[in-house]
Design a protein around this ligand. Structure first.
Ligand SMILES: Nc1nc2c(ncn2[C@@H]2O[C@H](COP(=O)(O)OP(=O)(O)OP(=O)(O)O)[C@@H](O)[C@H]2O)c(=O)[nH]1
Ligand SMILES: [Mg+2]
Length: 213
């Protein structure tokens, strides 16, 4: 907003508190932004799921994530996830809380061929249930279903855990794209269905101090 003073100079007046409303008027597509954290053991396919979603195809991710990785995931023009993937290697676990704090949704991933990653996924669920808000949206991805065979982990227990606690559960494949878009969409839908969406808005402060080391 501008006005002209006695000397004819243009003065810019900052109308405090009005900024968000003005931004909504000028950029109506930038409506909702949520913090999402992706957790799970190493090599379960966390980076691959993000990469499949953002590139629309499978890129074989060869390198393990170090500490954590940030990406912006635009579900559509109106909804964005500020996404932190916490590296799955055990040595980074103690730093995980720096990245998941303030998250409104957690996507916990395990590899259907790897029993240890299944146990690890349960531990992550227990941890975020205690440490994060009670209305945290939790989604579980049983990933690499394209490699499914009789020796794979039996997901029945995880399915009933999800059912009993109102978590999202999907069998995914970052290779074929099975349920990749669907799981992010389901998280978004659940976040938006919350009774008080205002409590879910992420303040920019929450991202301070969370940088890739
Ligand atoms: N067949 C198959 N391979 C996959 C799938 N998802 C990931 N991979 C492969 O699994 C390996 C590990 O994938 P990443 O996405 O790097 O795993 P990550 O969970 O990010 O691992 P960290 O960063 O170490 O925690 C890569 O070689 C991927 O190509 C999948 O759905 N199917
Ligand atoms: Mg990774």
């Amino acid at each position: 907003m501008s006005s002209t003073n006695a000397k004819g100079k243009v003065q810019w007046r900052r109308n405090r508190g009005d900024t968000a409303a003005r931004r909504r008027e000028t950029m109506p597509w930038l409506i909702k932004r949520y913090k999402l954290v992706i957790l799970g053991a190493a090599t379960v396919g966390k980076s691959s799921l993000v990469s499949h979603f953002t590139h629309g195809s499978y890129l074989s991710v060869k390198e393990n994530t170090l500490v954590a990785a940030f990406s912006s995931i635009y579900l559509n023009k109106c909804l964005k996830f500020d996404t932190w993937e916490v590296a799955g290697e055990e040595r980074w676990h103690r730093l995980a809380h720096l990245y998941y704090r303030g998250a409104q949704a957690a996507l916990v991933v395990y590899d259907v061929q790897d029993r240890a990653s299944y146990v690890c996924a349960k531990d992550w669920i227990d941890e975020v249930r205690i440490k994060l808000a009670p209305d945290l949206v939790i989604a579980i991805a049983a990933n690499k279903v394209d490699l499914w065979d009789d020796l794979c982990v039996n997901s029945d227990e995880m399915k009933s855990l999800a059912q009993n606690n109102d978590y999202i559960f999907m069998e995914t494949s970052a290779r074929t794209g099975q349920n990749v878009h669907e799981i992010f969409a389901a998280i978004a839908e659940k976040l938006q269905a919350r009774k008080n969406p205002d409590t879910l808005k992420v303040s920019s402060d929450e991202f301070c101090g969370c940088r890739i080391l």
